[in-house]
Ligand binder design. Structure first.
Ligand SMILES: C[S@@+](CC[C@H](N)C(=O)[O-])C[C@H]1O[C@@H](n2cnc3c(N)ncnc32)[C@H](O)[C@@H]1O
Length: 169
């Protein structure tokens, strides 16, 4: 996978670019929402050895999940997505060629792509508002909540993620 030229205000070093490309060997993706953000993410994420518990809302085929599991090798990641082409995603259809076909296979691709990470990745399928509420009830805690489905109907936004599941480090 090559990192697109856009969003390179903080360029990746050659070593990190090569490392990132290695993370994606053998993976299967239909659509790339994510890699243009890698340069700005790496510029702000800080120390990589921290044993973070990360909550990702909107995992799709797992591209950002693979990024975070590798960028923070001592981390665990909880991935939330409903993996469904619900009616409120219809606005995406004109923007993404073959979107219906992509969404139909996104969950299976996520499962294949994340299989090598074993217990480090936890998959929770459902509407994020419901899943995050249940995480709060269960007493789950995360240092890094990531909101990858921002702006979509029914999504638990950063503001709605209860303090009980999130704390800053
Ligand atoms: C921009 S994509 C995420 C891209 C992904 N992080 C990646 O790196 O490829 C947004 C995702 O959010 C999911 N999503 C949208 N609304 C949701 C909701 N209410 N609950 C759970 N998932 C939702 C969609 O199914 C979609 O997979």
């Amino acid at each position: 996978m090559s990192v697109p030229a856009s969003d390179r205000s903080v360029p990746l070093s050659a070593d990190l670019q090569a490392e990132i490309e290695g993370w994606y060997r053998g993976t299967i993706f239909a659509y790339d929402w994510t890699s243009p953000h890698f340069p700005s993410w790496t510029a702000v994420l800080g120390e990589r050895r921290r044993p973070l518990r990360i909550l990702e809302i909107g995992s799709y085929e797992g591209r950002s999940a693979i990024f975070f599991l590798n960028y923070f090798p001592a981390s665990t990641l909880t991935c939330v997505d409903w993996w469904n082409m619900d009616t409120n995603e219809l606005e995406l259809l004109p923007l993404i060629p073959d979107a219906l076909e992509h969404f139909a296979h996104a969950e299976a691709r996520f499962d294949l792509n994340l299989a090598p990470y074993g217990h480090r990745a936890t998959k929770l399928k459902g509407n994020s508002a419901d899943v995050v509420a249940q995480l709060g009830v269960d007493g789950a805690r995360f240092e890094h909540p990531l909101e990858e489905a921002r702006g979509r109907a029914g999504v638990a936004t950063d503001a709605e993620i209860p303090a009980s599941v999130s704390r800053s480090v």
